[in-house]
Design a protein around this ligand. Structure first.
Ligand SMILES: NC(=O)c1ccc[n+]([C@@H]2O[C@H](COP(=O)([O-])OP(=O)(O)OC[C@H]3O[C@@H](n4cnc5c(N)ncnc54)[C@H](O)[C@@H]3O)[C@@H](O)[C@H]2O)c1
Length: 448
């Protein structure tokens, strides 16, 4: 019998539990579920006789240590800031841990302790980060193994709405944590372009986009992720002149979002009091300098430097930001007000499906010829529970967990899944769930 404890039963967990349920009898697993939302934990536990609820206050050291003490593996799908508490208890109790979140500086510092405890702390094994590492490293290793020299590496991913339900003027709906969407692009982005390190300050990120073509789906635009530079070394890309990781949106989204940034609506630094009687219109008016008896519409268009009859302006209106409807919040930051407004307009309807898109673009030189290879993955959700996002986050976590428990993955310390030990078996099994990439290589030119 192997004991698994899963912390977090939120939006991204549905497919993880589906996999654990399907494999529990054969693998002889017993699976505890802990979530601050007891109803959520109970609902998941009801799905299988192999599942049960674990009551534990995660921030209570004693309770957390006791819950982890007799486990064979822990999976954390909690908000990222809580992983470190879980990781420390895993080290004390010598239990391996799996998360889908970025390795924080604090987590990285646990490497030596994890090795000493003889355990693996595996992070970044979701979609992005996760499947991007697995699939990109497979391509990079294959190109380099045949003697290819990688000149440019770009990787993009987006959680989007499936094309048949892409029917609002923003071409976007919430398909995962809405708060993360609103808070995206809030720090400087850094990447390598033509041998030079580039920085994009947060307020410019949505202005500096590039076009990404995905076969069968057409053009998207991508904005730069926070830190592409730190992946140069682990991805073995020291000779590359361009290294960029970015987020995909449908074309036009970034220009529209930039207007909300310029208005100050993504600001989360200041809470504004007494909003309960304020309408969205009055709220926007408080951000815009209005001259004399000029209309708010005219003042807003002038302020943003856009035309009142432009689609950019109409898209702001479409969100309801100029309506007299009450916000209905008491004290809130501008980003909380924006989130409330967007939740009204960008909600997926019951029958609507999400879609995850990933694309890697690599330029390399081999035998004096230049090649461009594009590799793309498109996954559509099954329904509102088994979304494409939950599938592509949960399955890599679940498969990695199985491979750790059955001894296939023997790494120790803090890791991200960038070596063949991880990507070979995980990508192979993901293929059986139709999580796969379509690759196309073109010869660009030959050296003279
Ligand atoms: N790598 C990827 O591609 C990827 C994609 C999506 C999410 N993620 C990560 O997966 C994790 C979960 O994401 P999600 O979309 O399911 O989020 P979610 O907000 O839907 O779920 C988080 C769950 O944690 C629970 N929780 C919060 N605080 C808690 C506490 N103190 N004690 C117990 N339970 C607590 C909440 O009740 C909630 O059910 C996050 O860390 C997120 O960053 C990674």
């Amino acid at each position: 019998m192997k004991n698994i404890l899963v912390f977090g039963a939120g939006l991204s967990s549905s497919y993880l539990f589906k996999y654990l349920r399907a494999h529990a009898a054969k693998e002889n697993w017993r699976i505890g579920i802990c979530d601050a939302n007891q109803e959520l934990a109970k609902a998941k536990a009801a799905l299988s006789k192999h599942f049960f609820v674990v009551a534990c206050e995660v921030i209570n050291d004693e309770q957390r240590n006791a819950a982890i003490a007799n486990q064979d593996l822990v999976i954390s799908l909690l908000p990222p800031a809580l992983h470190i508490l879980i990781a420390k208890s895993c080290i004390v109790n010598k239990v391996p841990l799996v998360t889908a979140s970025y390795v924080s500086a604090e987590m990285q510092k646990l490497d030596a302790d994890a090795k000493k405890a003889g355990i693996l702390l595996l992070n970044e094994i979701g979609l992005d980060p996760g499947i991007d590492h697995l699939s990109a490293m497979k391509m990079i290793d294959e190109i380099q193994a045949k003697g290819g020299k990688i000149n440019s590496f770009k990787s993009f991913c987006g959680g989007l709405v499936a094309p048949e339900f892409d029917n609002n003027p923003w071409k976007y709906k919430f398909t995962w944590n809405p708060q993360n969407v609103v808070m995206a692009g809030q720090s400087t982005a850094t990447y390598l372009q033509d041998g030079k390190t580039k920085y994009i300050p947060a307020h410019q990120i949505f202005k500096q986009t590039q076009t990404v073509k995905v076969p069968g789906l057409g053009n998207f635009e991508a904005y730069a992720n926070r830190d592409s530079i730190s992946y140069i070394e682990p991805y073995k890309l020291k000779n590359a002149k361009t290294v960029l990781r970015g987020t995909l949106r449908r074309t036009g989204f970034c220009n529209n979002w930039q207007n909300l940034i310029e208005l100050g609506l993504t600001d989360a630094s200041k809470s504004i009091e007494g909003l309960e009687k304020v309408s969205y219109r009055d709220f926007i008016a408080s951000f815009v300098p209005v001259q004399g008896n000029e209309s708010l519409e005219k003042a807003l268009a002038n302020y943003l430097g856009i035309k009142q009859n432009s689609s950019l302006f109409k898209n702001i209106e479409w969100l309801g930001l100029l309506k007299n409807e009450k916000i209905g919040l008491n004290d809130a930051t501008p980003s909380q007000v924006l989130l409330k407004c967007l939740l009204n307009k960008w909600q997926l309807k019951k029958h609507e499906l999400d879609m995850v898109v990933m694309k890697h673009e690599i330029d390399y030189t081999l035998n004096k010829k230049h090649f461009h290879v594009g590799s793309s993955m498109v996954i559509k959700g099954e329904d509102q529970t088994y979304t494409a996002m939950a599938k592509t986050v949960g399955l890599p976590m679940a498969i990695a967990s199985k491979l750790i428990l059955n001894g296939t993955i023997k790494e120790r310390g803090v890791h991200i899944p960038i070596s063949p030990i991880f990507y070979e078996p995980i990508l192979k099994e993901l293929k059986t769930y139709e999580i796969d990439f379509k690759e196309k290589t073109q010869v660009l030119s030959s050296h003279k």
